[in-house]
Structure formats: structure tokens, C-alpha cells
Design a protein around this ligand. Structure first.
Ligand code: CA
Length: 226
């Protein structure tokens, strides 16, 4: 899951970033509305946490542009307490949720979990594929009921594959969805993470549940379990 935080108060922005990383999300940050729009236009995010009062272009304008271009992304708007007008306008303009400042990080964290789950996992809190399961909230995966010790990247890859069972996922899509802008996204690096993940899965299950379709990508589930 990839999240963009747009907030011009840098320290506050970094606090949100760190908290969401601990929760297991890939996080990019941006301090300016215009830069945010450029990023949103080129990159794929699952969720945007958007402050309304921003330099460059204000948050409401960014939101209008996102919806005008029909970009498929959830938007959680942040604004100062008591700005009822802003709240109504934000929701009218297509925000999926709204949070008033100041807020406790736990509140943001629970909204984010709820929104990302709503979109990708619906009501299944635990993902399952054959003898594998993965809890998106705790970021722990299990093979035959035993905990697997995976890195953040490995969990991110596995989660994305498990969210799209029996679909071939290209490297480019994995890089876009699992990696954040701060990590070098050369295809070499993703190959290494996938190869490490597959070794661990093979060790725990006795077989490799991930299939590589040369030139197309990776998939999980399907014939391996027959
Ligand atoms: Ca602000």
C-alpha cells in the first residue's frame, strides 16, 4: 500500500510519515500543492492524505483536479478544527474521509487502515492463499500456521500478490505499488527481494507458491495448489 502525505508543516508531515511506516505502509511526502499534483499525476498511490491549507496550490484544488481526472485513489482530507465549511466542501469535492486537526496519530492510523482495507481487502481482514495467510494489520504472514520472518519489502510484495490472486503482476506494477520514491526502484532490487521471498516460502512450505511468467510478471495461487 502506497500513501502520499501532503502537508506543509514539515515536522508534522514527518511524524505522520514515520507512524505510517511503522504501520507497514510505503509513504511518500510532499510539502506543496503543486508538487503534490505532479506526483499524483505520474505515480500511483492507494491513498492521499491531503492538508487543505497548502502553498502552491491549495488542497481543495488538488482534490478537484484528482476527481476531475477521475484518478482512482482514496483521499483523506486534513483540516483545522471547526472549519465546518471546509469539511462539507471537502466531502462534496470527493474526499473519502475527513479528519480535523489536532488529532491523535492512532485516529489517523485507524482511518487509514479502514480506508485501505475497504478498497483492497473488503471485509477479509486476513488474506489467505493456499497454506499461506497474511494479516495486513499486524504485517505478519504465516505458512501452515507458522509465522514467517519477512522483511518489510517481502511482506509488501506478498501482500500485493495475495490481494490479486491468480493475476499476473508485472515488475513495474510491483515497483509502483510496493516501493516508495525514496528507495531505488531498479528492477534488480525488486528481483532480489522477490527471490529472497520465494526462498523463504519454499523453505516453509516445501514448494514455491509464486510462479514467474517470463516477460510478464509474478502470480500467486492457481495451479500450484491443485
Ligand atoms: Ca497546512
Amino acid at each position: 500500500m502506497r500513501i502520499l502525505v501532503v502537508e506543509d508543516e514539515k515536522e508534522f508531515c514527518q511524524t505522520i510519515e514515520e507512524g505510517l511506516r511503522i504501520d507497514g505502509f510505503e509513504v511518500d511526502t510532499c510539502y506543496d500543492g503543486e508538487d503534490a499534483w505532479e506526483l499524483i499525476w505520474v505515480e500511483k498511490f492507494d491513498l492521499i492524505i491531503l492538508d487543505l491549507n497548502l502553498p502552491g496550490m491549495d488542497g481543495m484544488e488538488v482534490l478537484h483536479k484528482i476527481r476531475k481526472e477521475n484518478l482512482e485513489v482514496n483521499v483523506l482530507v486534513l483540516s483545522a478544527r471547526g472549519q465546518v465549511k471546509g469539511r462539507v466542501e471537502g466531502l462534496d469535492a470527493g474526499a473519502n474521509d475527513y479528519l480535523c486537526k489536532p488529532f491523535a496519530f492512532e485516529e489517523l492510523s485507524s482511518r487509514v487502515r479502514c480506508m485501505t482495507r475497504r478498497r483492497f481487502v473488503q471485509n477479509n481482514i486476513v488474506l489467505a492463499s493456499g497454506e499461506l495467510s497474511l494479516n495486513p494489520k499486524t504485517r505478519i504472514a504465516y505458512a501452515k500456521g507458522c509465522e514467517l520472518f519477512l522483511t518489510r519489502k517481502e511482506i509488501g510484495i506478498l501482500e500485493y500478490l495475495m490481494l490479486h490472486p491468480e493475476s499476473v503482476i508485472g515488475q513495474e506494477e510491483l515497483i509502483q505499488r510496493v516501493w516508495d520514491g525514496s528507495v531505488d526502484s531498479f528492477s534488480n532490487s525488486i528481483r532480489v527481494h522477490i527471490s529472497d521471498l520465494r526462498k523463504k516460502l519454499r523453505g516453509a512450505l516445501g514448494y514455491d507458491p509464486i510462479t514467474n511468467r517470463v516477460g510478464q510478471g509474478y502470480l500467486i495461487g492457481g495451479k500450484k495448489y491443485d
